[in-house]
Design a protein around this ligand. Structure first.
Ligand code: UD1
Ligand code: CA
Length: 455
């Protein structure tokens, strides 16, 4: 949109969050809140985006750098004061300013565009969205005259008992024409219960000056839900989560139970993948097509390729190849690559290892710092002893090697291609290709021993 600047207010302390983290950096679906608002702002293609920072400003400024310019509100004297802080940065060249709050992360560009369009079509000086709530909580109330025109916005702390009953609330999304916005703001005083310079007072100010003010009642409250405390954070998170899951559904992913499925912003999932209940897909995760994820699975910062199955397992910073099966009950730790068709788990842990195509680690194993070839079989209870108490060491297991159950492979170690290790061995020396290594006591049978003892 031409001739438009966006100002995002993000300097407040967020007192009710009771947090050492600035409010706008709390995460919604894995991503700091402020980025969601910036998405909506960028979607407008405005001339510029200015973020007002203050409380925790260094961190907020760092987070938004490259997406918006920043102005500092050194002392947080209220939302009106915050907008005034942006006056010089906004300049005088644009027609309108769109004002958003950094704590309303569900806003979307089309809705904002609609506001600016209607504002301009009606030649308003000031326009804002309102919506209705059965329980209007601490939102500012829209006070209208008997004729229905907007008179002012009454803030929660200043509400009279009758104003408390008003269900039409201020969304915190405004667009105002320049230079009127600055003139109105200069006149706002802090003579209210909070002792703050309320942005919302420009509504009454505009009415006094005979300027054109209009509140557009939005049909749905969801896009405007604000985060002021942890309960609201959870409510907004729930809406964001369902939006993400709905999009996945539309792109051909089956989400069996949206109520118990958690997918972060930015995670991609291919078509015909089925996500079963109690599953989490987090961070920079990419899931291919035709996969089966869950139930009960937590995947973070990982790539899962087509046709893989991961059940009741945890996967972190790893690559799971095509047609791989993991679980139930396995832990794939950072730095692991499982090649095509490999199988890991029940009850296995793999860390910083490469496991070749078609290899199996089916039961109760630990594999750490190893390079395992193709079509290798690690018997139940195989443990790679990678740590000597001071350092980690590497193990190489060649293609087609067969490791008997309950073996310890003490690193550093190389097991040659096609070699066998007898069950119960503790292997401390390299095993050449195609050889059998046995490292255990030979069995002794003492016939009749029990009877003799009992006598
Ligand atoms: C504000 C509105 C209220 C509206 C609600 C919608 C005011 C006075 N009230 O209330 O009418 O219903 O939003 O969500 O505007 N901020 C600053 N500097 C400050 C104070 C606040 O940048 O000095 C920022 C905050 O970081 C926040 C935003 O402004 O992102 C809104 O402030 P907040 O204190 O959350 O206002 P609400 O009480 O929610
Ligand atoms: Ca708020």
């Amino acid at each position: 949109m031409e001739d438009l600047s966006v100002v995002i207010l993000a300097a407040g302390q967020g007192t009710r969050m009771k947090s050492s983290v600035p409010k706008v950096l709390h995460r919604i679906a894995g991503r700091p809140m402020i980025h969601w608002v910036l998405d909506a702002a960028e979607g407008m293609s405005p001339d510029q985006i200015v973020v007002v920072v203050g409380h925790g400003g260094q961190e907020v400024a760092k987070e938004v750098s490259g997406r918006a310019s920043v102005v500092w509100q050194a002392e947080q004297k209220g939302t009106g004061h915050a907008v005034l802080t942006a006056k010089d940065a906004v300049g005088t060249s644009c027609r309108d300013v769109l004002i958003l709050c950094g704590d309303t992360p569900l806003l979307e560009a089309p809705l904002l565009q609609e506001l600016v369009k209607r504002h301009r079509a009606s030649s308003n000086h000031l326009s804002f969205y309102s919506f209705t709530l059965d329980e209007p909580a601490r939102y500012g109330r829209v006070v209208r005259s008997s004729g229905g025109s907007v008179e002012r916005i009454a803030e929660y702390k200043d509400l009279s008992p009758s104003e408390r009953e008003i269900r039409e609330v201020n969304s915190g999304v405004y667009t105002a024409r320049l230079p009127f916005l600055w003139e109105l703001l200069e006149e706002v005083r802090d003579d209210n219960a909070a002792g703050e310079i309320y942005l919302t007072d420009i509504v009454a100010g505009a009415r006094r000056k005979g300027l054109k003010v209009e509140a557009f009642v939005a049909p749905n409250a969801h896009p405007f839900l604000g985060v002021n405390d942890r309960t609201e954070l959870a409510a907004v998170e729930a809406v964001a989560r369902q939006k993400i899951l709905r999009k996945l559904g539309l792109s051909g992913v089956t989400v069996v139970d949206p109520a118990s499925t958690y997918v972060d912003y930015g995670v991609s999932v291919g078509p015909d993948t089925v996500i079963h209940p109690f599953s989490f897909l987090r961070g920079h995760t990419v899931i291919g097509a035709g996969c089966c994820i869950g139930p009960g699975t937590d995947i973070a910062d990982s790539t899962v390729e087509d046709g893989a199955t991961i059940r009741f397992s945890v996967v972190e910073s790893s690559r799971i190849g095509p047609m791989v099966a993991v679980g139930p009950f396995s832990h794939i730790r950072p730095g692991t690559v499982l090649e095509t068709g490999a199988r890991v788990g029940n009850f296995a842990e793999v860390k910083n290892s490469r496991v070749g195509a078609g290899s199996k680690i089916p039961h109760h194993s630990y594999v750490g710092d190893a390079t395992v070839g193709e079509r290798v079989n690690l018997g139940a209870g195989t443990v790679i002893v990678n740590f000597d108490g001071k350092e980690k060491h590497h193990t190489v297991i060649g293609d087609r090697a067969f490791i008997g159950c309950n073996s310890n492979l003490v690193a550093p170690l190389t097991i040659g291609k096609g070699a066998y290790v007898a069950a119960g061995s503790t292997i401390t020396e390299d095993v050449p290709e195609d050889s059998l290594a046995i490292a255990r006591e030979r069995q002794v049978v003492k016939e009749g021993w029990v009877k003799r003892r009992n006598r």
